[in-house]
Write a protein that binds this ligand. Structure first.
Ligand SMILES: Nc1ncnc2c1ncn2[C@@H]1O[C@H](COP(=O)(O)OP(=O)(O)OP(=O)(O)O)[C@@H](O)[C@H]1O
Length: 251
């Protein structure tokens, strides 16, 4: 059993929660009264157009930034808290990679930060590189990588330490359809094994694959529920139509 499970009061306690969360930048409201409860082992999607506040919210959920007001809890612990970073695999939208190092050296650097050592470290580098289709490219330097390869490497790094919670900001942007499918298959497998996955997207077929979605517009949650429930609620056949009917405008 993973150590993190002991943090939970019961298996139905939310893994991540946001209560009355507001975020302002320079006096402007970017997130407005966000309330969310993300359950263990679900794939939860944040769906919204560019500038709606998804990245800002993911950073708060990761404890990388702090709300202006309200509270975020991870496994029951109030964020931000440095020790909780170990519990999270965070994939930022802008890749945080060292250009002059090889992909393997980047992975080794982050593995060391996560406290991975010896055989486990080697095995995890091999496994995650394989998952994202980069096994043959680990000795290349990052400046030789394409945008899609950098995205894939960032995803592999987020998965290295097998964290109980994954926070992925647009994880499949720039990734070709075949690899996108295999990444989704892996996310589903991880969720079945107990990992909680939160991701942002503005791609409809990805939104459909989430267990639950929060639709976000102008820093507010317009609606939340399973894709099927949101379709039913709005009498729509497609998530995009549901989003429009709920007041989200075009994605
Ligand atoms: N550090 C910051 N200072 C000032 N404004 C910011 C800052 N970070 C984000 N914003 C503003 O907050 C709003 C939401 O941005 P955010 O990146 O969270 O949106 P998003 O939904 O992730 O968009 P995208 O899909 O384009 O990444 C935008 O208007 C952005 O300009």
């Amino acid at each position: 059993m993973r150590q993190d499970v002991i943090f939970l009061e019961s298996s139905t306690a939310p893994v991540l929660s946001a209560r009355q969360v507001n975020k302002n930048f320079s006096g402007k409201t970017i997130l407005d009264a966000i309330h969310l409860e993300i359950n263990p082992a679900e794939i939860f999607g944040l769906l919204g157009p560019s500038g709606s506040g998804k990245t800002t919210l993911v950073k708060l959920l990761a404890g990388i930034d702090v709300p202006t007001s309200g509270e975020i809890r991870l496994l029951g612990t109030l964020l931000p808290k440095r020790a909780m970073l170990q519990q999270i695999g965070y994939m930022a939208q802008a890749d945080a990679l060292y250009q002059e190092l090889t992909a393997r050296e980047n992975m080794e650097f982050f593995a060391a930060l996560y406290g991975l050592k010896g055989k486990r470290c080697l095995d995890r580098i091999t496994e995650t590189a394989e998952l994202v289709g980069l096994s043959e490219h680990l000795s290349k330097k990052i400046w030789q990588y394409s945008g899609g390869m950098k995205r894939r490497l960032s995803l592999a790094i987020a998965l290295l330490h097998e964290p109980p919670v994954l926070l992925l900001d647009e994880p499949t942007v720039g990734i070709d359809p075949m690899l996108r499918r295999s990444i989704w298959a892996e996310l589903r497998t991880l969720a079945q094994q107990g990992t909680t996955v939160v991701l942002t997207t503005h791609v409809m077929d990805e939104a459909d694959k989430c267990n639950r979605l929060a639709m976000i517009r102008d820093g507010r949650i317009l609606a939340e529920g399973s894709p099927a429930a949101l379709l039913k609620q709005t009498g729509s056949e497609q998530i995009e139509d549901a989003f429009i009917k709920l007041g989200g405008g075009n994605l």
